[in-house]
Design a protein around this ligand. Structure first.
Ligand code: 5GP
Length: 253
């Protein structure tokens, strides 16, 4: 296979130069990291599942008019995407208290919030992606007030879509993280949902049992991450037909 130019390698994905200007190939690795990469593992099949799930969510969003970077899936682990200028923020939407919010405010995990709450973290691994107020974002020029208004509107539409889709398959969307990119058409800028949407970047709880079906399974050693992601994919009807996750045989001695 011809070598490709690597543009960027992150914790869970690699970006390669795409076949046409303005495009990139996004490759999903099996690597899982947590706590700012202090905890690491290779989880067989995770990249394949996240490629499929991100395709499913991005195409669903596009079908309701939410712009994304997604063009098409190329194979089991790769998708073709529009090249964007990533805004250096993690946009987090919360419907129920969990994770860093529950810890910060001493709230019970799963407590409902009065309305969806959006917060921003500055994307910087060395600093551990610190939470930042809007004032910082505007003052440091990471995004304008108009950008922020547009980002909030986009994030709420993603939340409505994702909450509805997940509810339809018996899953509660606790919270999620998205990233936003800019695409320039001459002097005009469009903001689009970029990066990925997958159980790596959401908290997903089974409505009936409260079972966690997201990366917290890895963060908190709650069982098999592949089983959890496979369950999400199975419920959504997006399990790749030629990937079967067979339970390991039980050894009897
Ligand atoms: P928390 O701030 O509670 O740790 O995370 C809130 C939500 O954003 C969770 O769904 C979590 O998975 C997601 N999230 C926060 N930071 C990151 C990150 O650096 N990478 C990924 N993939 N998701 C993140």
């Amino acid at each position: 296979m011809a070598r490709r130019k690597k543009i960027y390698e992150g914790k869970a994905k690699i970006l390669y130069e795409g076949p046409e200007p303005g495009t990139l190939v996004q490759y999903f690795k099996d690597d899982a990291t947590a706590f700012n990469a202090e905890k690491k593992a290779v989880i067989e099949g995770k990249g394949v599942l996240n490629n499929r799930l991100s395709e499913f969510f991005m195409t669903g969003l596009q079908s309701i008019g939410v712009p994304t970077h997604f063009i098409k899936r190329l194979n089991m682990r790769e998708q073709l995407i529009r090249q964007v200028e990533i805004i250096p923020l993690e946009v987090i939407v919360r419907n129920f208290a969990a994770g860093s919010m529950a810890k910060r405010l001493g709230m019970e995990e799963g407590a409902p919030l009065p309305r969806p709450i959006i917060e921003f973290s500055y994307k910087d691994d060395k600093l551990g992606d610190p939470l930042v107020p809007e004032e910082y974002i505007i003052a440091f020029g990471w995004a304008s007030q108009q950008d922020l208004d547009d980002i909030v509107a986009l994030a709420l539409r993603v939340n409505d879509f994702m909450s509805g889709v997940m509810h339809g398959v018996g899953i509660k969307l606790i919270d999620f993280k998205i990233e936003i990119g800019r695409i320039w058409d001459n002097d005009f800028q469009r903001l689009v949902v970029a990066d990925e949407i997958s159980p790596d970047s959401c908290r997903l709880w089974d409505i009936e049992t409260g079972q966690k079906l997201d990366k917290d399974v890895f963060r908190k050693d709650l069982g098999s991450l592949t089983d959890a992601y496979t369950e999400v994919a199975r419920r959504l009807g997006v399990l790749p037909s030629n990937v079967t996750h067979r339970p390991r045989p039980t050894l009897i001695n």
